[in-house]
Write a protein that binds this ligand. Sequence first.
Ligand SMILES: [Zn+2]
Ligand SMILES: [Zn+2]
Length: 99
Amino acid sequence: MVVNRYERDPQKRTQCLEHYGYNCQICGFSYEKTYGEIGKDFCHVHHIEPLGEQGGESKNLDPIKDLIPVCANCHEMLHRKKIALKPDDLRKLFAAAAP
Ligand SMILES: [Zn+2]
Ligand SMILES: [Zn+2]
């Protein structure tokens, strides 16, 4: 898994999580619901646009439009291909595969 530096920008990350909450925006997974106290306030944050298209300027990053909270599984799936999947596309795949 490639974690680029945007995903580690702690301030944008926090803003993103404050907006969306800590549930996975693809499958709805909640770390807190599943793991209890230790999972509280935990979630991966994915940077939607591939690295490079932002011109390398993290200050232009919009934490609401450009970042999305995802669980570790969905995050791995987003990065499964060389070019990251769009969250919408993964959401469709998730919905189609769900029993
Ligand atoms: Zn998920
Ligand atoms: Zn990512």
